[in-house]
Write a protein that binds this ligand. Structure first.
Ligand code: ADP
Length: 149
């Protein structure tokens, strides 16, 4: 099928639809909570990535691997705060709510990550987390497109 996989309708949809229309609800945890609590949240909410917030603005990202890494060789996960193991704001790749789905997919591929926070920017460092865009969202979009929904 190489060379035949072009679809103008799909491309137009991906470039013209805002990512906020297809994202999922974000799962967040506050700075100061422990790695243990983050792991419990991961299981209870059935997600792979949790966003860390401080004063309700995005401050970090914690993925499965971050939690696994910390769990090896650390006895008391209750005493380690999430901010010690998270990826910090300056390194976070995110999308603004009005950015296109196309842009979000490009970022996921470029940075080789599973999910992106969808934010409303109130100021440079004041990013309110309003959603999350994941590889699951991409799979679902593709199936809906294939099935004509
Ligand atoms: P997993 O840990 O399950 O493989 P990822 O590939 O998404 O999940 O995460 C790999 C690393 O990238 C982790 O250290 C995580 O904190 C970081 N990371 C995840 N999402 C983002 C993001 N949106 N921006 C920057 N770093 C991220």
């Amino acid at each position: 099928y190489v060379g035949t996989k072009t679809n103008e309708g799909l491309l137009k949809f991906l470039k013209e639809s805002p990512v906020k229309d297809v994202g999922s609800l974000p799962i967040v945890i506050a700075e100061g909570k422990s790695v243990y609590e983050a792991i419990v949240t991961l299981f209870l909410e059935d997600v792979g990535t949790i966003y860390v917030v401080k004063d309700s603005y995005l401050s970090g990202v914690i993925s499965r691997k971050d939690l696994l890494k910390t769990s090896i060789g650390n006895k008391d996960l209750n005493t380690i705060p999430v901010e010690m193991v998270m990826t910090r704001l300056s390194h976070i790749v995110y999308v603004n709510e009005d950015d296109s789905i196309y842009e979000a997919i490009s970022k996921i591929l470029t940075y080789e990550i599973d999910s992106l926070p969808i934010v409303t920017a109130h100021d440079v460092n004041k990013l309110e987390v309003v959603g999350r865009f994941t590889k699951t969202n991409i799979s679902r979009l593709l199936m809906e497109f294939a099935n004509g929904n």
